[in-house]
Design a protein around this ligand. Structure first.
Ligand code: 3PG
Ligand code: MG
Length: 400
């Protein structure tokens, strides 16, 4: 794998050059207060690249997606608050262009001075960004590429997307991998190719269907695969338990049953859950064994016996990879499972990886010490696709 890196670019000299930086600034926002970022981890993660370029005198043009707008401007997904926050973290204002490749962006790029940082508006306000049509993507990519003399990809969280800014722009400009992308790839390579044993993987999140490929890829490699989160209920149902009103993917039950059969005792499910009257912080709830989930209740977290069971498996591991919360941790009564599992991971005598945007945000919003983990990835989907063994379009584009 021959990748040119940010260091190579800095070595070539960037003073006065316009450098495009693809970042993943897809940060979570407070659902009740517009414009309030609840976890700025992804902004912080790209700062070293931006600072290195800025300090070397480059004209830094950052671009990113935010959320999933439908290919047209949508104020609910503006990157404006992200520019403000990035400026605070940089200690110098970040100029914000109110469009991505339109007149505002062109004027801002033309006016940009050496050592200044510009953030363009959300890439996904343009249909070309995510288009499946090569020509449509190519056309948008050419507009972006015209703004720069070199391209740095530091958007690890988006390398699994075959999108214009990730896949097509690097074909048009000298291209380099940023430090974040390099570090993420190095860690994932290590856990994929040579994990120290025992290797325990913890998976949560809502859907089995999203995780099926990674479960299949990981089962032969792990000592234990611990499954919590909304997806555990389809497995529990496959085992013959009634799951009440819990999240269930009925069409996945047979698949879960055969996974359970082939995995044997390597696949570990919760033994108790927190069953609530509704999906709300003020719902009434009880901890029940998995054989006693009431028909009118839904499981919103794993219970304390499950946390203890999972913690025991985690405690014996030399390598742990964790993706996906164990419960609805955003609501206080259902945060204990995720917190307990995360705490157990911080205590291992070995190397731990938190794989994912959501799990990483959970670590920080639950107040855990980030330095207690071996690596906190900025990419959920991207790290899972890496573990599946898939080719990541953004990485392939950098290798060309
Ligand atoms: C993420 O949050 O998973 C990344 O930013 C990618 O976003 P996407 O899943 O909307 O492509
Ligand atoms: Mg995602």
């Amino acid at each position: 794998m021959i990748l040119k890196t940010l260091d190579d670019l800095l070595g070539e000299g960037v003073a006065g050059r316009r450098v495009l930086v693809r970042a993943d600034l897809n940060v979570p926002f407070d659902k009740k207060q517009a414009g309030v970022i609840t976890d700025d981890g992804r902004i912080r993660a790209v700062l070293p690249t931006v600072v290195a370029l800025r300090d070397a005198g480059a004209r830094v043009i950052v671009f990113s997606h935010l959320g999933r707008p439908k290919g047209a401007p949508d104020p609910a997904f503006t990157l404006d608050p992200v520019a403000t926050r990035m400026g605070e973290l940089l200690g110098a204002p970040v100029i914000f262009a109110s469009d991505t490749v339109g007149p505002a962006a062109s004027a801002a790029v033309d006016a940009l001075l050496d050592g200044q940082v510009l953030l363009l508006e959300n890439l996904r306000f343009n249909a070309g960004e995510t288009s499946k049509d090569d020509a449509a993507r190519g056309e948008f990519a050419a507009q972006l590429a015209a703004f720069g003399d070199a391209y740095v990809d530091d958007a690890f969280g988006a390398v699994h997307r075959k999108h214009a800014s990730v896949y097509d722009v690097p074909a048009l400009l000298p291209h380099y991998a940023g430090g974040l992308v390099l570090r993420e790839l190095e860690v994932l390579k290590k856990v994929t190719e040579s994990p120290e044993q025992p290797y325990v993987v913890v998976l949560g999140g809502s859907k089995v269907s999203d995780k099926l490929a990674v479960i299949k890829a990981l089962l032969p490699k792990v000592d234990k695969l611990l499954v919590g989160g909304g997806m555990c209920f389809t497995f529990l149902k496959a085992q013959g338990h009634e799951v009440g009103k819990s999240l269930l993917e009925a069409e996945m039950i047979d698949t879960c049953r055969s996974l359970l059969e082939s995995a044997g005792d390597r696949l570990v499910l919760p033994v108790d859950v927190v069953a609530a009257s509704s999906f709300a912080a003020d719902a009434s709830f009880d901890t029940v064994d998995i054989s006693d989930i009431p028909a009118d209740r839904l499981g919103l977290d794993i219970g304390p016996k499950s946390v203890a069971l999972f913690a025991e498996a985690i405690g014996g591991a030399r390598t742990v990879f964790w993706n996906g919360p164990m419960g609805v941790f955003e609501l206080a009564p259902f945060a204990a499972g995720t917190l307990g599992v995360a705490e157990a991971i911080t205590k291992i005598d070995g190397f731990s990886v938190v794989g994912g945007g959501d799990s990483a945000a959970a670590v920080r919003t639950l107040g855990l010490d980030e330095s207690a983990f071996g690596h906190i990835s900025t990419g959920g989907g991207a790290s899972l696709e890496y573990l599946e063994g898939k080719t990541l379009p953004g990485v392939a584009a950098l290798e060309k």
